[in-house]
Design a protein around this ligand. Structure first.
Ligand code: PLP
Length: 463
């Protein structure tokens, strides 16, 4: 018999954690971190069993809904057969997952490639750094202002926030950060109707002369050999670029022999209505990383796909990367089940997500028309955003964004006469954007509920 700890109160959990856990993670951003006891589908439940509609889904790690029955059963089956295995040996689901994913990706990108695994988003992004440096023999990367690629020391060199490096410095070269095409707040002060694609042209100008600091026109060599990009900014506020952006950027990269590494850790797995967000822009990456929903948040696992020439066995040789947990059987098995669901549901998801996204967006536009403090709404698929501002519709309003999240967690909203709460997350350059990240199977009624609950919050906080 296993020994179960007696259930302790929320207050006791908070006090005990305060005393014995490090405050270095993000729990202690809040003075009073919320305790949850259960989850199912689109909901989390507190100690009083109050349901909270979740519009952040573990930062997009649970796209297939909390406690998805199929994935849970696959994990239980794996727990009962081969739960542990040193990564020196093979188990069937690792080979099967690689085959399944390579074929699915080849069908979409028309390119042969291979899969490689590690334990999470940051770690596979580090492995992608190895793949690029191994192939190009150069250190430098381009990356986007507002991009987020993880918080290990290496990935904070690709993540634009100085805050993440401030107290630790960095080991490798910091990326050359390029402004992201954030049209509502254009970094160049342009208007997207009339800008004539100014941002891509600015990037192209880096290659006009050696005095632009990164390029030698005589040899055609660029100091930066890869562009590391989220297809849509995640932590940066669910900002989707104009539809022409990546195609034009890729053309410049190809002209100068610069690889495109696409980070699908947050936007992959149908978040945007396509399996990979970059598919919305009709561009094929050279390397692509993923994590989070690949196991539906069940077990840490990340992975990457690279075109054969970068990852062939004689290029990325045995031992190039490793972790004890890199192909852990439980994570791999969960991922295999997730990819089986993807294969079965892809037609339905590609049809339903845009339809439901339009319903959601209509609700968001209603909120925009009702409240001066909703400056902008937008996004793509189920990667939606609502930008909170002062009454002028433009000045970022972080205080309102924080208050909405806190108020939603009180669990005292109501829908159809029943008490409930709302779980929201924020992002953006000014932390004033509510990022809306529902599970992929959210129902029409739950979408209407989401709008109504946000309406209640905005009324409380602005009227
Ligand atoms: C785009 C992106 N890349 C990488 C990461 C890091 O992933 P992990 O938290 O699994 O290390 C995240 C996490 O939020 C992310 O959103």
């Amino acid at each position: 018999m296993i020994a179960l700890e007696k259930t302790i109160t929320d207050e006791k959990i908070q006090l005990t954690d305060n005393e014995y856990s490090s405050w270095g993670d993000t729990v202690h951003y809040s003075n009073n971190p919320k305790v949850f006891r259960g989850c199912d589908g689109s909901y989390m439940f507190d100690s009083k069993d109050t349901p909270y509609l979740d519009l952040q889904m573990m930062y997009s790690a649970c796209n297939f809904g909390y406690k998805n029955r199929r994935i849970t059963e696959a994990v239980i089956n794996q727990l009962n057969t081969l739960p542990q295995l040193t990564p020196k040996f093979l188990h069937q689901y690792k080979a099967l997952l690689s085959e399944k994913m390579s074929k699915i990706i080849e069908k979409r990108f028309h390119e042969k490639g291979r899969m490689h695994y590690n334990v999470g988003g940051a770690q596979v992004n580090e492995d992608a750094i190895k793949i690029v440096r191994n192939y190009t023999k150069r250190q430098g990367f381009f990356a986007f202002e507002g991009g987020y690629h993880g918080r290990t020391i290496a990935t904070t060199c690709l993540t634009s926030s100085f805050r993440y490096r401030e107290r630790y410095g960095h080991f490798g070269d910091r990326a050359y950060f390029v402004p992201f095409p954030y049209c509502f707040r254009c970094p160049y002060g342009m208007n997207c109707e009339t800008c004539n694609h100014f941002c891509v042209k600015q990037f192209a100008r880096q290659f006009e002369s050696e005095y632009k600091t990164i390029y030698d026109p005589k040899t055609g060599e660029c100091e930066y050999k890869a562009f590391y990009a989220e297809p849509i900014l995640g932590t940066g506020g669910y900002i989707n670029p104009p539809e022409w952006y990546f195609k034009e950027l890729k053309q410049i990269l190809d002209e100068h022999g610069i690889m495109l590494v696409i980070d699908e850790v947050q936007m992959g797995m149908f978040r945007t209505g396509k399996l990979w967000a970059i598919e919305n822009y009709d561009v094929v990456p050279d390397v692509m990383t993923f994590a989070k929903s690949i196991t539906n948040g069940m077990n840490p696992l990340g992975g990457l796909w690279a075109k054969e020439k970068y990852i062939a066995p004689d290029v990325f040789v045995p031992g190039s990367a490793h972790s004890t947990y890199c192909s852990n059987p439980i994570g791999i098995r969960a991922a295999h089940e997730v990819m089986s669901i993807v294969e079965e549901d892809e037609t339905m998801l590609e049809r339903e997500i845009p339809r439901k996204s339009a319903r959601f967006t209509e609700g968001l536009n209603y909120l925009k028309s009702k409240y001066d403090e909703v400056g902008d709404v937008g996004g793509i698929g189920f990667a939606l955003r609502i930008e909170l501002t002062e009454k002028d519709g433009f000045t970022p309003n972080k205080a309102l964004c924080d208050a909405m999240q806190e108020e939603g967690l009180k669990g005292d909203l109501s829908y159809r006469g029943k008490k409930c709460g709302l779980v929201l997350n924020n992002g953006g350059f000014y932390k004033n954007i509510i990022t809306l990240v529902p599970q992929l199977y959210i129902t029409d009624e739950e979408i209407d509920m989401a709008i109504e609950l946000m309406d209640q919050l905005l009324t409380r906080l602005t009227k």
